[in-house]
Write a protein that binds this ligand. Structure first.
Ligand code: SF4
Length: 694
């Protein structure tokens, strides 16, 4: 893969895969990227990288890249190559026609968590200023929207509390529903380094991940709970802390609301939350829960890291708040080595949320019903913004199936592969009159598109990404956009064609506007980023060099708020027909729906999704390693090869959704988090059988 000879020039930029946000030197010969080398000055990675990032230039220069806009009258017709002017004019005319016929709310957009802050900001501005509604969402809807809800309600800010370096000071690390060695490898390596230095590890996960016992690391406690019972287990840990006198009374008295704490203490002390009372439900021995709770509560510094195994549940937001309760009750907030740390999936999903790509929030997490916030944007944009929240993505799709939502602009998301309950998603896309996909490749969603707008890869654009530790880093253009335009230019031209006057001449102007209108970003500029290399928000007058640790002296909301986290069992439970619970996740070599990693050299290390099944469950069904198995949920069915493995507990099966042929998400139900509609990807009751003829 590495070309002979010395590169001629190099450009420093940020990885476009996961939320770690590693810094890389892109080495080029002429206009050809030949190597990505991790940059030692990058604060998030300090010279390290993983196999995904190292090989990322492979997809950026892949021959499958689309180099010209494409248009067709219906999804049965072949694509027709057109110029940018014709494509943009066609989209604008279609969207105007739809709004004239079906109403202003009949169109919307999905912003990409893989695009830059500036590009996402423009998409939500396009929707609010040119579409005239709030129908904009981003992939956090299906991953970390419960994090935004839960941390805002308890702490006052919709983001993780720490920087990555904080883990170097942790004495006890609790990892809940996350697999950082595969999904966030560079941070996973840092976490393992701390474990080798003596930190204790608690893992809460139905699966035996690499952290539980991998090379050089071993969890002191692995609470292998039944999928769907996070809240019951975390409440049980809190019960131990409260009833065994392990609360940090001084922290709670100084930093938290007295009323909400008193209510929570009485609630959680109820015997129904005792580990023994929920043992049968969670499947975790009460003594293990007691011991883990004591370990977490008695550490000098205890840190919690969590992932989608927390959020992608019917009680995702409740689980986030149960975690926040634990951290506040034990005083593990506001200094190095502690905190509540969501490991965000996509490179810029934190940024996409910060930038207001939500139907209910403007940039900076201000609700659209807030007249002061709305007035600031209205004055700057010269429009009136609706005070009513728009449609969330699942509601846009449901409205489309009902014939009321007719047009969508999808920037860099592959809804036809990534969403749950896929058959209904496909039906919704088919029912729309104008589906516009902006992406690097003709992805699965492009099958349903009427217009395809070829986007630019991270090597072809300028801007910024914000990683999981709120770090804003520069993305720098190494080569010109293959199809001629960067993504922000496409959105700007669409806004102009829809007669909204958008006229930025450089990305820095967009960042300046973001800084002017978004309190957390008020001190951010390209000049500052060049000087500091990167900066963590909030970056403002009080913190001109950013904020590595939040909530140090007081919580952003003032006092920390305890929330009562009643456990409500999911309706996805095994029954006589569907005896197993499916949970889904990721593997190291692949990323999300695989559109990028399936087109890079490292992709060959994982060439198909497989179904992990415990030997006991496999034997009971006559299934051997490598057999094709049929998996059926109440939503649909698919087939995968079996991998017989003790990494899953009996009664649980596991797979990934990196390959379209697997149709994994056909199985995932329409169940979702009560607060945010984040889908319940992590719990699906399934029947698994050896496929006929296998
Ligand atoms: Fe890219 Fe994440 Fe790997 Fe870093 S850890 S190189 S950001 S995929």
């Amino acid at each position: 893969v590495i070309e002979e000879g010395l590169p001629e020039r190099a450009v420093v930029t940020t990885c476009a895969y996961c939320g770690v946000g590693c810094s890389f030197r892109v080495e080029l010969k002429g206009e050809v990227p030949v190597r990505l080398v991790p940059d030692g000055r990058g604060r998030a990675n300090e010279g390290h990288s993983c196999v995904k990032g190292r090989f990322a230039f492979g997809y950026a220069t892949h021959p499958d890249r689309v180099r010209s806009p494409l248009v067709r009258g219906s999804i049965d017709e072949p694509w027709r190559e057109v110029g940018w002017d014709e494509a943009i004019a066609h989209v604008a005319a279609e969207f105007r026609r739809i709004q004239a016929r079906y109403g202003r709310e009949a169109i919307g957009a999905v912003a990409s968590s893989r695009c830059t802050n500036e590009e996402v900001y423009l998409v939500q501005k396009l929707v609010r200023a040119a579409f005239g509604n709030n129908n904009v969402d981003n992939c956090a809807r299906v991953c970390h929207s419960p994090t935004g809800y839960g941390l805002k309600r308890t702490f006052g800010e919709s983001a993780g509390t720490q920087d990555f370096a904080s883990v170097d000071h942790a004495d006890v690390i609790m990892v809940i529903g996350a697999n950082p060695t595969e999904a966030h490898p560079v941070f996973g390596a840092r976490l393992k380094r701390r474990l080798r230095q003596g930190a204790r590890l608690i893992v809460i996960d139905p699966r035996t991940t690499g952290l539980v016992h991998g090379p050089h690391v071993r969890a002191e406690y692995h609470l292998a709970l039944r999928p769907g019972t996070n809240v019951a287990l975390l409440n049980a840990m809190a019960h131990v802390i409260v009833t065994e006198g392990l609360v940090d009374e001084s922290f709670v008295a100084q930093r938290c609301e007295a009323d909400s704490f008193a209510r929570w203490r009485a609630f959680i002390a109820d015997p129904r939350h005792a580990p023994e009372a929920v043992e049968a439900e969670t499947g975790v021995a009460a003594e293990q829960v007691r011991a883990a709770a004591r370990r977490y509560a008695s550490a000098d510094n205890a840190a919690i890291y969590y992932g989608l195994g927390v959020t992608e549940h019917s009680q995702g937001a409740t689980t986030v708040m149960a975690i926040a309760n634990l951290a506040m009750a034990t005083g593990n907030i506001g200094r190095p080595g502690v905190g509540v740390n969501p490991l965000r999936g996509q490179n810029n999903v934190q940024g996409a949320c910060d930038m207001g790509a939500f139907p209910h929030e403007l940039p900076g997490y201000r609700h659209v019903s807030d007249p002061v916030a709305r007035a600031a944007f209205e004055a700057h944009w010269g429009v009136t913004i609706s005070p009513e929240p728009g449609l969330r993505l699942p509601h846009m799709l449901a409205e489309a199936r009902e014939g009321r939502f007719k047009g969508i602009y999808i920037q860099g998301e592959d809804l036809a592969q990534s969403e749950p309950d896929l058959e209904h998603v496909h039906a919704a896309l088919e029912a729309m009159e104008c589906v516009v996909v902006q992406d690097l490749f003709l992805n699965e969603t492009a099958r349903y598109a009427h217009v395809f707008l070829p986007g630019a890869s991270f090597l072809e654009k300028d801007g910024t990404f914000t990683n999981a530790e709120r770090r804003i880093s520069r993305v720098r253009r190494a080569i010109p956009p293959l199809a001629g335009l960067e993504d922000w230019e496409i959105t700007q031209r669409l806004a102009q064609a829809m007669e909204y006057p958008m006229a930025y001449s450089h990305l820095s102007e967009i960042m300046d506007e973001i800084a002017r209108l978004t309190p957390q970003f008020s001190g951010v500029s390209y000049t500052l980023l060049e000087r500091l290399g990167s900066v963590q928000w909030p970056c403002n007058e009080e913190a001109p060099h950013g904020t590595p640790l939040m909530h140090r002296e007081r919580f952003v909301r003032g006092e920390g708020s305890f929330v009562l986290t009643e456990y409500v069992p999911t309706s996805e439970r095994p029954d006589g027909r569907r005896e197993l619970l499916l949970t889904t996740g990721r593997v190291l070599a692949q990323y999300n729906v695989g559109t990028q990693t399936r087109r890079t050299a490292n992709g060959v290390w994982c060439s198909a999704d497989v179904l992990e099944i415990h030997p006991q469950d496999a034997e009971a069904r006559g299934i051997a390693e490598g057999d094709e198995v049929c998996i059926e949920s109440r939503m649909g069915q698919t087939r995968l090869r079996a991998k017989v493995s003790e990494r899953v507990r009996p009664g649980v099966v596991f797979t990934t959704f990196h390959f379209p042929a697997s149709k994994t998400n056909v199985l995932v139900t329409d169940g979702s988090d009560w607060a945010t509609n984040c889908p319940e990807y992590k719990v699906v009751a399934v029947r698994v059988e050896r496929a006929a003829g296998a």
